[in-house]
Design a protein around this ligand. Structure first.
Ligand SMILES: [Ca+2]
Length: 375
């Protein structure tokens, strides 16, 4: 068997298949009121399939598609017995059947034609972002009064379901039951079919727990891509449709939402790792921006005697992200992914990457910096 590895995230196998046997295949043929039993005998199959598994993905079963091609016309040979007589002995029939099978099979899957079996959606399998949800939290009206002295101090928390990232928040509007925010947020969408935007309005408190005024959700599958939809939601106590508390009016929230899917190829735009190699955005990357994905793999031979608990700090356009600390390791391996939403291509932007070590006790912090420039 030939096995090829390529740098295209795929595995190619070309096993040579030879199979000969006397299979126990019988079929019952019914025609013109007659019933007969036909039996397939002496089946031989020779084929050279090329089986490609791709793309290889980090989650089980490790590939998203199986592609099958035949590298040459297959050889299929068999006999057919009907009522104990060999049908293939009929003059001309044997050759006709042989040619028909070869041509038919070859027409279907002779390379470069392929039989494609989708095992799982590659975007889902890799859990890659597929677009951005732009949300403008416009206003709320007639909110419930929560404070004993005064009204409510509302703010809105936004998050996408199935997202582990912390929620985004609007500002707090002090003592206001009809607040106007007009604040914009960008959320990274991984699966528009299953994800929903979850909006929860809270009453801010100087001290103690913030009361929930109400909530609602917008399923992303209800949105038309690239089309802004203005939605006014009745605030509910919970998303339980049978909750009698939901009949009480808690106010209404108005938001404008736009789902902007990445064009094909966009999600492959990844920046460099610590090796400092910067890939150019592929042709066709829209001018409108997208998502900058930064993967921190590892560091080697970290210098200094204080490098006992190294972590990486990334600064990009005023946003700060940190990896986890790795204890007592001069060759730390993080393998952590960070996402930055960019309204426009980050041309001429700088990214600062620092490896920092924090001794467990108080002491001098050593640093090594690295800057990236985007072109
Ligand atoms: Ca309050």
């Amino acid at each position: 068997m030939k096995v090829y590895t390529t740098d295209e995230q795929e595995l190619i196998m070309e096993p040579s298949v030879k199979w000969a046997g006397n299979p126990n295949i019988t079929v019952v043929v019914k025609a013109y009121g007659l019933k007969a039993t036909a039996q397939v005998i002496d089946l031989q199959v020779f084929a050279l399939p090329r089986i490609t598994l791709k793309p290889l993905v980090p989650s089980f079963p490790c590939f998203a598609k199986i592609l099958v091609s035949l590298m040459e016309k297959p050889h299929v040979d068999f006999g057919l017995k009907l009522l104990g007589a060999d049908l293939m002995a009929i003059p001309g029939l044997y050759g006709f059947v042989q040619e028909t099978i070869k041509t038919q099979v070859a027409n279907m899957y002779l390379w470069p034609k392929v039989l494609e079996v989708q095992i799982m959606d590659p975007a889902k399998a890799q859990n890659k972002p597929v677009g951005i949800l732009c949300v403008n939290v416009v206003r709320a009206v007639k909110l419930t009064k929560k404070d004993l002295l005064g009204k409510s101090d509302p703010y809105v928390k936004l998050k996408l379901t199935e997202d582990k990232l912390p929620s985004k928040k609007t500002s707090v509007k002090r003592s206001n039951l009809n607040p106007e925010w007009n604040e914009e947020f960008k959320l990274v969408v991984k699966d528009p079919e299953s994800q929903a935007l979850e909006l929860t309005v809270y009453d801010w408190e100087q001290v103690g727990k913030h009361d929930r005024i109400g909530m609602n959700v917008i399923p992303l599958k209800d949105l038309t891509p690239d089309e802004t939809k203005s939605v006014t939601l009745n605030l509910l106590k919970s998303m339980d449709a049978n909750d009698p508390a939901n009949e009480k009016f808690r106010g209404q929230l108005t938001v404008d939402v736009t789902f902007k899917p990445f064009k094909k190829g966009d999600s492959d735009v990844e920046t460099s790792d610590e090796s400092g190699v910067i890939e150019k955005a592929p042709d066709g990357t829209p001018e409108g921006g997208g998502l900058l994905v930064v993967i921190i793999h590892e560091a080697q031979d970290v210098e200094g005697k204080h490098h006992t608990n190294p972590y990486v700090r990334i600064l990009f356009k005023g946003e700060e992200r940190k990896t986890k600390h790795i204890k007592k390791n001069r060759d730390p391996r993080w393998e952590q992914e960070f996402e930055f939403v960019c309204g426009e291509p980050p041309i001429n932007e700088k990214m600062q990457v620092e490896v920092i070590s924090r001794p467990s006790s108080l002491g001098i912090h050593s640093k090594s910096n690295r800057h990236f420039e985007f072109t």
